[in-house]
Each structure stands twice: as C-alpha cells, then as structure tokens.
Design a binder for this molecule. Structure first.
Ligand code: GLP
Length: 244
C-alpha cells in the first residue's frame, strides 16, 4: 500500500485520472470498478475532459459499480445508477450495455446478488477498482461489523451511514436502510485499487491505514491485505497520519 498525500483534492484527482488513463492506454477493454459519492466526482470530470480532448476512449471499457441502494430505481436522483449516468457515462463513449450497476429494484434480491457476483467474476474482476471511504471506514457498503460478507450481498446500513448519506435526500424517510454491495473478496480481487479520501471527516479512517494491523471494525483497513493499493488523499484526510 502506498499512501500519496497531495496538496489538494484537485491534484489528488489528477493523479488518479492519470493512472486510469495509462491503464486505458495499455488495455482498451479495461474493466473499471467504479464508486459513487462526492469523492470521485472530480476524478470523473477529469476523465470526461481527457475523453473530450481525445486522450482516452471508453469504447471497449467495461464498468462495474460497487453498490446500489435497495428500493431506488435508476431514475431516482440518489440512485447510484443515476449518479453514474449523469456524472460519467452520459459524457463519454462507453457503451451503455457495458455499464453494470446492481439492480436495487430486483424482485429477488438474492438472485440479483448472485447475478452480480457471477458478472464481476466473469470479467475476472476489475483491472482498476476506484474506492472512496465512508466516515466510519466502510468501503462499497461493507459496514464495520464483527463478521463481514465475502461476496455480493444485501447489507443493512448503519445508523451512521443512514445519517451521513441521508443528507442528500430531500425527504429523509426516502433514505434506504439496505443496499446491494460487492463483498470484501470481490473488492480484494481487483488487480489494482485506487482509494481516494478527501476532507477532515475521513482523517480517522485514513489514520487506520498506517500501522500493520487490520480490523473489521474499520473495513478500509482490510485493503492492507491487497498487494497493489494506491491511497490518494488530500492534506485534511492525511491530518491524523503520524508519518505524513
Ligand atoms: C457511499 C458509498 C461509498 C462511498 C461513500 C463515501 O456510502 N457506498 O462507496 O465511498 O459513500 O461518500 P463520499 O465520497 O460522498 O464521502
């Protein structure tokens, strides 16, 4: 794991975008694991700019997202399908059929989890997995717990996540209580992981990346088990690191 502390989230997002651009150059049919939330927004804007200036193409790219709220369909502005369409997919030349987000409206959620799990496996997992991190250390929607899920599953959201993510919902009661999420094995099977974290609210989670231990009380710390992780943070997110 390499922790890159950058002066600002703009510079941090540039670094992440350049790493993805290099990957797309190396392999046209790159499998990109993608995340939602405010953190990757600048990265996606940066990738759109690179596409618009003919530096990269998504024509053969496969995109597989981490998670989706249960009960929101793709036209809901807070659904992750809507987020991905409006923040990235609609602005680049990716084929819509190559974009995969779990279906939070599936009648049989267990079947949907199975389908999604098979799907990511069938692509041999992402070449690059982009991750943000929740204030409580969750990745995807793998929440802190004694026992965590290995594969794609339905995750009950913690009170903390319901509060933090609920701020984006006009009607707080609409905030879902569960989500479909890739499990830890799905995430750790990616060939390369880029974790982004910005702002002082993420400093505690980032501080858990520094020593040699991991804990399911802080899911992001399980990334230490992976052999190829770039953690790209701004000064505020790095503020509780001892050796930054
Ligand atoms: C959600 C997503 C996570 C994301 C987190 C952080 O909970 N499931 O994948 O990392 O939000 O969001 P933000 O980047 O807005 O802080």
């Amino acid at each position: 794991m390499v922790i890159h502390v950058m002066e600002s989230k703009e510079i941090a997002s540039d670094l992440a975008a350049n790493k993805i651009a290099q990957q797309l150059e190396r392999k046209k049919n790159t499998v990109l694991g993608l995340a939602t939330g405010s953190t990757p927004q600048l990265l996606y804007r940066n990738l759109i700019a690179k596409y618009q200036t003919n530096q990269i193409s998504f024509q053969d790219v496969i995109a597989i997202n981490l998670d989706e709220y249960v009960g929101l369909d793709g036209s809901h502005p807070q659904s992750y399908r809507y987020f991905m369409d409006t923040e990235l997919f609609n602005h680049v030349d990716i084929k819509k059929e190559n974009t995969h987000v779990p279906n939070g409206m599936a009648e049989d959620l267990d079947e949907e989890c199975k389908r999604f799990n098979e799907l990511i496996k069938s692509y041999d997992y992402p070449d690059i997995q982009v991750l943000g991190v929740g204030q409580n250390g969750h990745i995807g929607f793998n929440e802190p717990n004694d026992r965590m899920f290995v594969h794609t599953h339905v995750e009950p959201l913690t009170e903390n996540t319901i509060k933090v993510n609920g701020r984006f919902f006009e009607d707080k009661n609409e905030m879902p209580r569960t989500a479909i999420s890739l499990g830890m094995k799905n995430i750790l099977c990616a060939k390369h992981i880029i974790l982004l974290a910005f702002g002082k609210e993420k400093a505690d989670a980032v501080a858990m990346l520094e020593d040699d231990r991991f804990s399911t009380a802080c899911p992001v710390s399980l990334l230490k088990l992976h052999r190829n992780v770039d953690v790209i943070v701004d000064r505020e997110a790095a503020s509780k690191l001892q050796h930054a």
